[in-house]
Design a protein around this ligand. Structure first.
Ligand SMILES: NC(=O)c1ccc[n+]([C@@H]2O[C@H](COP(=O)([O-])OP(=O)(O)OC[C@H]3O[C@@H](n4cnc5c(N)ncnc54)[C@H](OP(=O)(O)O)[C@@H]3O)[C@@H](O)[C@H]2O)c1
Length: 292
């Protein structure tokens, strides 16, 4: 048992919330840093610390005082997300945090095809440069999000070709994060956190067709088509570029390979897409209900 509570950010979200639930199930004291206490999970052994945002350095420093270990969930995509992460890290240091486990992204690199993975690289660089023990969890694209890639017309569109991604379920990512947070021997390590198999979007579409009974397909857009088909969303360019380059990174092979890391660190195999769909049939009901 750690001597001080483990701090968990992003606890109102999918990954941080799952990690908080898992720590709680193990009886581990934690401090949940949230922006909205009403949406904070209500868990035994969990204190709530209110922060306005990662970039609120003083608020983050206060919230992290008395904590040795921080699970830092990457923030919502924004053009200046690296600055937000750097502020959070610097606040953690000022508060005396000894160890940061950062939720990064697969193939975080300065020249990553997926432009948002470059932000994760620069965040990792900053954490490496300061005086703190650190571990980077680098998940692939979320398996749970495959369903959300399907358009109203039953088509997944993007410039991914027939290359494959090693999608990871957030359940499994949370199990890995919990294992790393509650055991030693991970300092200075970056873990690629992937699922057990790599699937193309054509293969994903096929599995979704099987479970929904509806024809779901993949259309391999050109990059120009990808910009055009997303033009009406009203999203800023950096975000559209992030979406499109996530498909391009599948095409280049940067969303793989698959590995046994979940078994190694969490002690059980990771879910495949087929298993996920069997376990969570409610997840694809919006596709069943959508008009043909
Ligand atoms: N691997 C992938 O496929 C993939 C896909 C999407 C996103 N991501 C990244 O992975 C992260 C975790 O995924 P998730 O599914 O748990 O996302 P999520 O459900 O959207 O949760 C994100 C959490 O981070 C908090 N947060 C975001 N920006 C923040 C900021 N600037 N300051 C303080 N708190 C902030 C949110 O707080 P509020 O509830 O107050 O907003 C929320 O609790 C995401 O934030 C994103 O960076 C990865």
């Amino acid at each position: 048992m750690p001597d001080t509570p483990i701090a968990v950010t992003g606890a109102t979200g999918a990954v941080g919330g799952r990690v908080a639930a898992r720590l709680s199930a193990r009886g581990i004291a934690q401090r949940l840093l949230v922006r909205d206490p009403v949406r904070a999970p209500n868990l035994p052994d969990a204190e709530i610390a209110l922060v306005s945002s990662y970039e609120d350095k003083e608020g983050m420093r206060r919230a992290l005082t008395g904590v040795d270990t921080l699970f830092l969930v990457s923030g919502r995509e924004s053009a200046d997300r690296v600055q937000h992460h750097i502020a959070a890290v610097d606040a953690a240091l000022a508060a005396g945090v000894q160890r940061i486990v950062y939720l990064s992204f697969l193939h975080a690199a300065p020249n990553a095809t997926f432009t948002l993975a470059r932000q994760h690289f620069h965040t990792e660089e900053h954490i490496r440069a300061v005086d703190v023990h650190c571990t980077f969890l680098r998940p692939c694209l979320y398996l749970d999000s495959v369903i959300k890639l399907v358009g109203d017309d039953g088509v997944i569109r993007g410039p991914a070709g027939e290359s494959r991604a090693a999608w990871i379920a957030r359940d499994d990512l949370a199990d890995v994060a919990t294992a790393v947070l509650t055991s030693g021997g991970h300092d200075g390590t970056a873990y690629d956190v992937t699922g057990p198999e790599a699937l193309s979007l054509t293969a994903c579409a096929q599995q979704l067709s099987e479970v929904t009974g509806r024809r779901i397909s993949f259309y391999n857009e050109t990059v120009a088509e990808a910009w055009e088909s997303r033009a009406g969303y009203g999203a800023p360019d950096f975000e559209v570029e992030g979406w499109i380059t996530s498909y391009r990174a599948i095409a280049t092979g940067e969303m793989g390979p698959a590995s046994d890391i979940v078994s190694e660190l969490a002690g059980h195999p990771a879910q495949t897409l087929r298993e996920y769909l069997r376990r969570y049939p409610e997840s694809y009901q919006p596709l069943v209900a959508a008009p043909p």
